[in-house]
Design a protein around this ligand. Structure first.
Ligand code: TRP
Length: 364
């Protein structure tokens, strides 16, 4: 029998989701959900992981759980087809992490490039919280508790997936074939893997103030694109311009579809021609930005509208999450049963064990 295909992925609730999240993972998840090729999808809000570097700001995490849930629903994740849940409510994940800690060395965690750079960004060098340091282990628990085969995430998560795969192999080697080795699923298009900020900086991040949020109003989107960084040497329209490292073109790479030209910029047949004109000179930033604005508004408008509708019934959103947590907990509990059996810590559901021990002590 072919292995059941199961998707799992999640986001830290430290802010509303932005268009980087959208092209990096969210858009793909919705497509995967709608293909019907996966028997299950688990999509979760990683509040416990968010607390590993926001331990002193629980209110921020709490507020953003509902924001992320609304962003999910707005993008078309459908609770009748995907299990949407909150990480902290699944106690089994803690238990699993605890056992996995025996399978990972401190030096292995220290070598994780994502953790390394995050420690720097957060000025944790002098004093790293243990919970933060070990979050790749907890992430392996997230993935394996649901027997995920496929994890759609951005490329920055590659070291986490590698860590999870190592834990699975080690576990299965020691305790017998129990866990499923997951594969990463990256977005096909390079622009989608790491969308830069509107200021041209390498990453969209709330602290840099360079994000376009999925829930931004049409007006905010327009203003943000208007103020976007472009090629600083492209001063006059007739000057030749640079496309590489120019975020306006990176966003076009991520969002532009062939049909957008017919609708909004019929003078050009495709993106290559538009780029060629910009490079040659004679194409102004304003025109390119207008085109990008039209495309982004077309993409974001239905998301905005759906979000507004879900915002009208917040209790229903919490109810959806609660049901998701219940279903997720059931799935994780089934894996934990297998794990406990494999690790020989299932004392009370093993009649043979008790009979064996009784016999042993009688013989003595
Ligand atoms: N680390 C991910 C992020 O920062 C969130 C996350 C937590 C996750 N656990 C996961 C993603 C498991 C995929 C699978 O966005």
């Amino acid at each position: 029998m072919e292995k059941e295909k199961i998707i799992l992925t999640g986001d830290r609730p430290t802010g509303r989701l932005h268009i980087g999240h959208y092209v990096g993972s969210l858009r793909g998840r919705v497509e995967l959900q709608n293909t019907g090729q996966y028997s299950k999808l688990f999509i979760f809000i990683a509040d416990a992981q968010a607390l590993t570097d926001n331990m002193d700001n629980p209110e921020k995490v709490r507020q953003n759980v509902i924001e992320v849930a609304l962003d999910y629903l707005a993008c078309g994740l459908d609770p009748s087809r995907s299990t949407i849940f909150i990480q902290s409510q699944i106690a089994e994940l803690c238990e699993l992490s605890f056992y996995y800690m025996n399978l990972v060395s401190v030096s292995r965690l220290q070598r994780n490039p994502t953790v390394k750079s995050e420690i720097q960004q957060r000025n944790f060098e002098a004093s790293i919280p243990v919970g933060f340091f070990t979050y790749p282990i907890s992430q392996a628990a997230d993935i394996t508790a649901f027997r995920a085969t496929t994890v759609p995430v951005g490329e920055d998560q590659e070291p986490m997936l590698e860590q999870a795969r190592e834990i699975v192999r080690r576990f299965n080697h020691i305790y017998g074939e129990t866990l499923v080795e997951p594969d990463i699923l990256l977005p096909g298009n390079a622009a989608c893997q790491r969308l830069p900020g509107t200021d041209g900086k390498a990453k969209m991040s709330k602290s840099l103030g360079n994000c376009i949020y999925l829930s931004d109003s049409a007006d905010e989107v327009q203003q943000k694109i208007k103020g976007m960084y472009t090629d600083p040497d492209h001063l006059r329209v007739q000057d030749p311009g640079r496309v590489e490292g120019n975020p306006v073109f990176t966003y076009l790479d991520a969002f532009c579809q062939p049909e957008h030209f017919g609708r909004y910029l019929p003078d050009y047949p495709n993106l290559d021609e538009l780029k060629a004109h910009y490079r040659r000179g004679g194409l102004g930033d304003v025109k390119v930005k207008r085109f990008l604005t039209a495309i982004l508004q077309e993409t974001l408008e239905p998301i905005r509208t759906r979000r507004k509708a879900f915002e009208q019934d917040i209790p229903a959103v919490y109810d959806m999450l609660r049901k998701g947590c219940e279903a997720a907990r059931e799935a994780a509990a089934a894996t934990l049963d297998d794990v406990r059996r494999a690790m020989k810590i299932n004392y009370f559901d093993d009649a043979e064990l008790i009979a064996q021990q009784a016999k042993r002590f009688k013989a003595e």
